[in-house]
Design a protein around this ligand. Structure first.
Ligand code: DQA
Length: 147
């Protein structure tokens, strides 16, 4: 099973960026933990991060036929990008939306996700653990769907 992990803007700064909110782990640490869990689950990870909206759209457009599902932290694009929403609508690849923080407990403009209703489900608020929980849930979903 192949899973893409798509990380949006500023997630490359994890560890340095607002550590009181996002923790002290770097994106590489997160990637290592996700790859480790994926190996246990028998899944293969395609990891990417971009700060650019068009590139994020390209990554979404590239999902069909290359992966079975995706774990998506679109970061600020979650709340702002109709282009990213349209890309997910176009590809119909199952994805789980993940956030390090609980976006529903934050500022008003972060409480709305333009992707949530398209996702299989959402995991938010557990720091790095959100990615691992999301991965478990996505692999479970894809496995059940295949049988
Ligand atoms: C985030 C939450 C977003 O509101 C924010 O713009 C991010 C990170 C999270 O993982 O908690 O960059 O997606």
């Amino acid at each position: 099973m192949r899973i893409a992990v798509l990380n949006g803007p500023n997630l490359n700064l994890l560890g340095m960026r607002e550590p009181e909110l996002y923790g002290s782990e770097r994106l590489e640490d997160l990637e290592r933990a996700v790859r480790h869990r994926a190996t246990e689950l028998g899944a293969e990870i395609r990891w990417s991060q971009t700060n650019h909206e068009g590139e994020f759209v390209d990554l979404v457009q590239g999902l069909p036929g290359t992966v079975d599902g995706a774990l998506v932290n679109a970061a600020a694009f979650t709340h702002t990008s109709l282009a990213v929403r349209d890309a997910f609508l176009a590809v119909s690849v199952p994805f789980v939306e993940v956030h390090l923080t609980n976006i529903f407990a934050r500022e008003e403009e972060r409480r709305r996700s333009l992707l949530a209703d398209l996702a299989v489900g959402i995991v938010a608020g557990f720091g790095a653990q959100s990615y691992l929980l999301g991965l478990d849930a996505l692999v479970g979903f894809l496995t059940r769907r295949a049988s």
